[in-house]
Design a protein around this ligand. Structure first.
Ligand SMILES: NC(=O)c1ccc[n+]([C@@H]2O[C@H](COP(=O)([O-])OP(=O)(O)OC[C@H]3O[C@@H](n4cnc5c(N)ncnc54)[C@H](OP(=O)(O)O)[C@@H]3O)[C@@H](O)[C@H]2O)c1
Length: 166
């Protein structure tokens, strides 16, 4: 399992249940990375999408204790159920797509984090873990900087030396 996230210079990821920036180049990167795969999210992240709808052309699994079953995505009520569900898919095809609470919960199980870094302070209310401060995580790649919608971004990858089994 991998996580994919966009972070500001303080590892901030969101405010008012929304993203911090509008970044067309990052949206394209996200779409290209996750299309045809399985995306895993918390209930707030599903609510944050346009119309509260799941992402197209992907299997959507939502951790939503107390949430009702629905046709357009798989709602699971517990971590145990979530792990049983994602075991149906190849480990490298499962992407955790947020938000803050679910990233924090699933980070120890992730092999990699694909992090888009934005060279700006977005005034975030919710944050990703600072991977540079965690002993078992190390940066393995960083792209050249790219300009999008007035922001400078870099695509980076971090690897977990000791991911937990699920
Ligand atoms: N920058 C990025 O790449 C990125 C990506 C995604 C989201 N975001 C941002 O992140 C923010 C949302 O973060 P968030 O933490 O509020 O949302 P979240 O993780 O999407 O949703 C939290 C809810 O999901 C359920 N949940 C998550 N983890 C759980 C756990 N371990 N056990 C049981 N239930 C769990 C709970 O649902 P119930 O309340 O229903 O029990 C919880 O209240 C927004 O601002 C959003 O835009 C940023």
């Amino acid at each position: 399992m991998r996580a994919i996230v966009v972070v500001d210079k303080n590892w901030g990821i969101g405010k008012n249940n929304d993203l911090l920036f509008s970044l067309p180049a990052d949206m394209k990167h996200f779409r290209e990375t996750t299309t045809g795969k399985t995306v895993v999210m918390g209930s707030n992240t599903l609510r944050s999408f346009p119309g509260g709808n799941p992402l197209k052309n992907r299997v959507n699994i939502v951790l939503w204790p107390g949430g009702e079953k629905r046709e357009d995505c798989t709602v699971v009520g517990s971590l145990k159920e979530l792990f049983a569900e994602i075991k149906k898919y190849p480990r490298e095809d499962v992407f955790v797509v947020g938000g803050a609470m679910l990233y924090r919960t699933l980070l120890p199980y992730c092999d990699e984090v694909i992090a888009t870094k934005v060279d700006a302070d977005g005034g975030a209310e919710v944050f990703f873990e600072n991977l540079d401060s965690l002993a078992n995580w190390s940066a393995v790649s960083e792209s050249e900087p790219l300009e999008t919608n007035g922001y400078t971004i870099r695509f980076t990858v971090y690897r977990n030396a000791s991911p937990l089994a699920y």
